[in-house]
Write a protein that binds this ligand. Structure first.
Ligand code: ADP
Ligand code: GN1
Ligand code: MG
Length: 363
């Protein structure tokens, strides 16, 4: 259960900076200007991230590493990466009870997030941002990271979880979504491409973000340039293909993730091209040939996997993803599957866009 404590109560337990300076030229009273940087306070979802120590350890290590690299390159580390604000007891979070674990970050000023509508420039910049994040972390020791959600992008295990949800049929919904289940299982054939490649060493294991929604990057309010990759809970060992594909799952869609009019849902090749250009401008030299060849497939894979997760959650009675209407997870699953079909039909065109991205990124 959510704690009764207010945000202000919780903030008392963190090292929040305040400053009071004499202010103005009054002749009567003593006047002070009180300033305080802005902060973000977050309750960690501990039913998903069950080990806050490991979670915050990952975030501390990754942000400290990024900070050093940004400073060495003469960049602005306070804007380029998140800053965790310690609790007064020296910890990285403040725990009220097992369900109420809080952390604080410094607020990164002068930035904005992009939710649904995005331009080619936004996508290019998102590509630069996420590509740069991967590039800077290329020599971070992968073994030092905890797996905050086990098998997060293990697509075959996600399919197994779907099969189990169908067998158990906890919410009594399996009969009504036969068509969707069929689509999911019919397409299972290629779903192990990345996992298998990582297992047999053809695809390198890298430090990846694993949840590269476009709203997990902050853009400069004025210039629109990518400033900071945020939402680092899922930074874990993974494949570059996860991060590439996951951005375009939403970033490349003509519609929102839960649009119910499927005639409005298709995959925008131009969005793919813009993102790929930005991403490859950072990562072109670091990627292997196998990774480059699989970039188009990664988009289909991440979209398919997410559709499976929505459908599984629908069958389980909506216990994982927040929903805002009754069949929300089903709407999301249908939407993702429509996109999968559309991406499949365009894979050859996407491969051409990768080739163009590789040559423009060389400039
Ligand atoms: P969730 O896991 O729920 O998606 P996020 O960590 O992505 O949570 O944070 C939610 C939103 O809060 C972000 O999309 C962004 O708009 C804003 N945000 C988070 N951290 C910061 C920060 N340090 N500075 C500015 N805005 C932030
Ligand atoms: C969740 O937390 P958020 O909204 O950035 C989910 C992603 C899904 C996404 C679907 C930890 O992302 O994996 O792709 O929803 N995050 C987690 O919109 O499960
Ligand atoms: Mg987020």
């Amino acid at each position: 259960m959510k704690t009764e404590m207010t945000g202000n109560d919780i903030l008392q337990h963190f090292e929040i900076e305040t400053n009071a300076e004499s202010y103005g030229n009054g002749h009567i009273n003593d006047t002070y200007l009180v300033t305080m940087p802005r902060y973000i306070l977050q309750r960690i979802n501990t039913s998903i991230f069950t080990n806050p120590d490991e979670l915050m350890d990952n975030i501390e290590n990754v942000t400290a590493f990024l900070r050093r690299k940004l400073i060495a390159a003469g960049g602005d580390a306070d804007r380029g990466t998140l800053t965790v604000v310690p609790a007064k007891d020296g910890g990285k979070y403040y725990k009220v009870d097992d369900n109420n674990v809080f952390r604080v970050y410094r607020f990164i000023e002068g930035t904005k997030t992009i939710e649904n509508s995005k331009t080619a420039e936004d996508l290019y910049e998102a590509g630069v941002g996420f590509g740069n994040f991967q590039k800077l972390l290329a020599d971070f020791p992968v073994d030092r990271l905890y797996e905050t959600i086990r098998d997060f992008h293990h697509t075959p295990k996600r399919i197994e979880a779907l099969r189990e949800a169908v067998r158990e049929d906890k919410a009594g919904r399996a009969e009504s979504v036969k068509k969707e289940i069929e689509f999911a299982l019919e397409n299972a054939g290629w779903a192990d491409s990345v996992v298998k490649g990582m297992e047999d060493g053809r695809i390198p294991v890298r430090v990846t973000h694993n949840d590269t929604k476009i709203n997990n990057i902050l853009f400069d309010q004025e210039s629109g340039k990518a400033v900071c990759v945020i939402d680092l809970d899922t930074v874990m060992p993974g494949s570059a293909l996860y991060d590439f594909g996951d951005v375009l799952r939403m970033g490349g869609s003509s519609a929102a993730e839960d649009e119910t009019d499927l005639d409005k849902v298709w995959f925008e090749v131009s969005a793919f091209e813009a993102f790929a250009r930005g991403y490859l401008s950072e990562m072109k030299d670091a990627l292997t040939e196998t990774e480059i060849a699989l970039l188009p497939l990664s988009v289909k894979l991440m979209t398919y996997e997410c559709g499976i997760r929505f459908l599984t959650d629908y069958l389980n009675g909506d216990t994982y993803f927040k929903i805002h209407r009754e069949h929300h997870n089903l709407d999301r699953a249908r939407n993702q599957f429509k996109l999968v079909a559309d991406i499949s039909a365009r894979e050859a065109v996407l491969a051409e866009a990768v080739e163009r991205g590789m040559s423009t990124a060389a400039v």
